[in-house]
Design a protein around this ligand. Structure first.
Ligand SMILES: Cc1cc2nc3c(=O)[nH]c(=O)nc-3n(C[C@H](O)[C@H](O)[C@H](O)COP(=O)(O)O)c2cc1C
Length: 172
């Protein structure tokens, strides 16, 4: 798929078919995520993949922003201990979430190119998800991504361009 098509065509999907995504496909998406840039090339992101329907149901209970019934959920996490060790307080508080966001966008675009639907989700209970997924201390889920074959193709929410970018100090 052409890059521009992926950038413009990707939508947040909140309704999914009951059809599992093959593990090799998910692995390709995770590889795409790890090709994202990261501050100081720290790569302190961690990914937890959940495909068990019962586990997904439990995650949904603590994730009000997770809509529909995806066949997979990926918890995008950061190893904040390593992020601090590599980048100090800036690494932990700033680089880690930025890196996670960049990796997530790679994953979303790669999924779209594979004919899959995704939604980035910030509305979830971090401690609840950590507990359910037995995520070790020091590693924090920053975003969830729901993943599956789409059962909808939502219209593009409008994008504003006026007043969003300026060129130079003279605001041309
Ligand atoms: C950081 C972040 C958090 C988001 N959290 C949620 C969420 O909790 N639940 C949800 O349904 N969508 C969530 N979204 C999806 C946005 O609502 C969506 O990207 C936006 O409306 C634009 O639509 P589009 O992705 O189809 O272009 C989130 C997106 C981002 C980037």
């Amino acid at each position: 798929m052409e890059l521009w098509e992926a950038i413009r065509g990707r939508r947040s999907v909140r309704a999914f078919l009951n059809r599992a995504v093959p593990r090799e496909t998910i692995e390709r998406l995770l590889e795409a995520a790890t090709w994202a840039p990261s501050g100081g090339n720290a790569q302190t992101w961690r990914f937890v993949v959940i495909t068990d329907p019962a586990e997904i149901r439990s995650i949904k209970i603590v994730s009000p922003g997770l809509l529909g019934d995806p066949t997979a959920v990926i918890a995008i996490c950061q190893d904040l201990v390593q992020a601090r060790a590599k980048g100090g307080p800036l690494g932990e508080t700033f680089l880690a979430p930025v890196d996670a966001a960049m990796a997530t966008q790679n994953l979303l675009l790669a999924a779209y190119a594979e004919g899959l639907g995704t939604c980035a989700i910030a509305s979830f209970h971090r401690h609840g998800v950590s507990r359910l997924l037995k995520i070790p201390e020091g590693i924090e889920p920053i975003l969830l991504v729901s993943l599956g074959y789409p059962a909808q193709s939502p219209p593009a929410p409008p994008r504003r361009q006026e007043g969003v970018f300026t060129f130079g100090a003279n605001r041309e």
